[in-house]
Write a protein that binds this ligand. Sequence first.
Ligand code: NAD
Length: 456
Amino acid sequence: MTTTVFDVINPATEEIIQTVPLAGLAEVDAAIARAAAAYESWRAIAPADRSLLLRRFAAAVDADLENLAQLEVRNAGHTIVNARWEAGNVRDVLNYYSAAPERHFGKQIPVAGGVNVTFHEPLGVVGVIVPWNFPMPIAGWGFAPALAAGNTVVLKPAEVTPLTALRLGELALEAGIPDGVFQVIPGKGSIVGQRFVTHPAVRKVVFTGSTGVGKQIMAGCAEQVKRVTLELGGKSANIVFDDADLELAAAAAPGGAFDNAGQDCCARSRILVQRSAYDRFLELLEPAVLGLGVGDPADSTTAMGPLISAQQLKTVSSFVPDGAPVAFRGKAPEGPGFWFPPTVLTPDLDAPSFREEIFGPVVAVVPFDDEADAIRIANDTHYGLSGSIWTSKVDRALRVARAVESGNLSVNSHSSVRYSTPFGGFKQSGLGRELGPDALDAFTETKNVFISTNPA
Ligand code: NAD
């Protein structure tokens, strides 16, 4: 049998760093069979022992943190500071959910004639499909609660970023997670990912990626009424009122839009500024953007690295054609690597750069008149993942936060994802929630059992 291989490229240098074999259908089916075989014993492990194994897995990730981070710098062009945080996030998510097996309580519900209890039963094999933009954290948000709930996991990394996921698979085995319980299968979405959707032994698909592919996955899962969690695209608004601390809001805006070179589903890629503060805000934003250090991601002073691929560079560039309304733009290295400078546009509200997810370091700034106008513009999108509100008025912060149709909002900050709080999208940004105290509910079925105290 010929094995297909994929050349993994360092996006900062365009050098091939490793060649990874891609799984074909037979290999995926074999992995799913191993996961199904491992399920009965994994779910039967005593809760405290499953907890212990997850904590050992977390410790193995911690011991390998620098190696994982360096791998991500080379494979995804993430800055070393971000990459260390991302590896640490996998450790923290594993530790957080390691406490769950012993605390995933059912209910005892008062009924006549007996005792009624509910149980959270694991689903079986869970397929996790990961995009290339945050290979480590997004993998962990799927596999950690899935494993804690007693499921086994097959995980497909994105074609271009398999290296850290493969290492996590090795670390799981080294930590004592039994064979077949957590497997990483690099391969194409159309083969491996699609097989998770069609294979009857895979009982749930956790998909993070583009809204277009997410819709296909959801439609495919409908065939077997397969459980699905979708984390999809975004076009989030950063709303700046004229009563905000404008210096702080402008200083923070590049981080909200350009972190990970803007390849972030939560990127605040639309900045809405109250008209009375609009000129001042742009004046303050310009030095913050021009001062952004773009360059070698391995350098700990770098704020922004390259885009992931030549294809992504082409896509992002298409949103900034000649004659685009560029207010100002920062610098990026020349020569090899998929570089794009941080760019600030002032487009019309119907421009593609204001409406579509660019997934690159391009941010659009537009004015608004009042609170109602800000909410109308913020909600005029089929996305609803994230967003920020900058204001000094607490009543306004709460009113606007409640009115924006989005799953994750932050006031006077751009924070989006904490492992202890729920994360997910409204509208076409997704379905279901990850992380937070209730994540195991998405990886279990509720079973109701009535025990008669008056057997006939
Ligand atoms: P993508 O949809 O192209 O691919 C995502 C994953 O799905 C990859 O592993 C890919 O191989 C796989 N895939 C592709 N086609 C498939 C198919 N037909 N069946 C099964 N699997 C398939 O997305 P991408 O370009 O890798 O990632 C960028 C997108 O992900 C952006 O839209 C971004 O907003 C979104 N994203 C969302 C979140 C979130 O939490 N909401 C987080 C990160 C990224």
